[in-house]
Unconditional design. Structure first.
Ligand code: KG4
Ligand code: ZN
Length: 361
């Protein structure tokens, strides 16, 4: 069963050919990051235009690397949402058009479930084992910070999400405050390695504080706007700058300590809530995916803290890619779950399909 997957939900144009859910024959990712860098974030219309230019060459390259001819494909899959609407429309329309021309099924994929699947792409045996479930997944990227529970019957539900910025956004916006390049996550990660994470005190959003009870409905939600504001004030104090339109004058050790202390606060909030959710719902496996799952400190801390088996996506399947789309689509196709040609792009896709992972490949 060979599937071509396409991913255009944000600023990566990606295509992959995956056989039987897990054998990645080719996976190509073309990043537009340099086009968005001058704006310090992704501009949806610009992303869509770049996808339009890149999609045909990327699909061609992917098929050729995979050694797969179009008539060997059993289906064409694409991300349906969540994501940026103009960007989603490009991949979705292309995939539907190709599937229609080939007279093959089209499969619309939920991007969040695909990120969870990315953690298991290289370990299909875990998905087959009933004792792996329920899986508690933390999906952290530039657009999402979500805790998902996946039951043994394949049913998924969202247990918590960010109320403001996504974790990746928290890193990207912090980098902007620190006058570092976009995307900020990898830069802060690198700087933090030489910094003292205990030097500066940052709030752990929605984790509760003495004398300030956490509302029960926010137990599994996240908030990163407070920590970002705290950074702004600390930078002002350290750089002795009232007007932030002046270039910052931070020493290298100050910058490293700010990066390390800030990163520690973001990572702590992610790890604390993930462990709470795992305990509340008696999860048997923890899974972590999404671009922020590349973060060295998050990988270290959650590995140290996890009390149940942990699967973190390999870095190449953390950031947006189409192998996770084509792989997950394999399970959908085998279960007869294909999409209509009227499938719409859904920027805030809330509905999660039920994927029978335990039936295995
Ligand atoms: O999953 P992804 O490629 O795209 C989205 O769906 O958003 O994630 C990109 C995000 C960016 O915000 C980037 O700063 C963050 O992931 N990121 C990191 C690291 N690598 C990428 N954040 C923290 N540490 C990293 N090492
Ligand atoms: Zn993503």
């Amino acid at each position: 069963m060979i599937i071509l997957g396409i991913e255009t939900s944000c600023d990566e144009t990606a295509a992959a050919v995956v056989e039987d859910g897990h054998r990645v024959l080719a996976s190509v990712v073309s990043s537009q990051v340099s086009k968005h860098a001058p704006y310090g974030g992704v501009i949806p219309e610009l992303a869509a235009r770049e996808h339009l230019k890149a999609i045909q060459p990327i699909v061609g390259q992917t098929l050729s690397e995979a050694g797969t001819a179009l008539d060997q494909l059993d289906a064409v899959a694409a991300t349906q949402g969540p994501g940026l609407l103009p960007a989603l429309l490009v991949g979705l329309s292309y995939a539907k058009g190709l599937a229609a021309a080939l007279d093959k099924p089209f499969i619309g994929i939920n991007h969040l479930l695909a990120h969870v699947f990315g953690a298991f792409l290289e370990c299909p045996e875990l998905l087959r084992k009933p004792e792996t479930y329920p899986i508690l997944a933390l999906i952290v990227s530039g657009g999402h910070t979500v805790l998902l529970l996946i039951e043994r019957n394949g049913q998924s539900r969202i247990l918590g999400r960010t109320l403001d910025d996504a974790a990746g956004e928290a890193f990207d916006k912090a980098a902007k405050i620190l006058e570092l390049p976009y995307p900020g996550g990898p830069v802060i990660d690198r700087l933090a390695k030489n910094g003292n994470a205990a030097r500066l005190e940052f709030p752990r959003g929605l984790c509760g504080r003495p004398g300030q009870a956490l509302k029960p409905e926010n137990r599994l939600n996240f908030s990163f706007s407070g920590v970002k504001t705290a950074l702004l004030y600390k930078v002002k104090a350290l750089a002795n700058a009232d007007a932030l339109d002046q270039p910052l004058e931070l020493s290298a050790p100050e910058l490293a300590d700010l990066a390390a202390s800030y990163q520690e606060a973001v990572v702590d909030a992610l790890v604390i809530k993930t462990l709470w959710a795992a305990a509340d719902f008696a999860a048997k496996t923890l899974a972590v995916g999404g671009g922020v799952a590349c973060n060295t400190r998050l990988r270290e801390k959650i590995t140290e803290a996890a009390k149940i088996p942990l699967v973190i996506a390999p870095p190449k399947y953390c950031t947006d890619n189409a192998a996770m789309i084509a792989g997950l689509a394999g399970y959908n196709l085998r279960a007869g779950q294909t999409s209509g040609f009227d499938a719409d792009a859904v920027p805030r896709l809330a509905e999660l399909s039920t994927v029978p992972f335990t039936s295995g490949f």
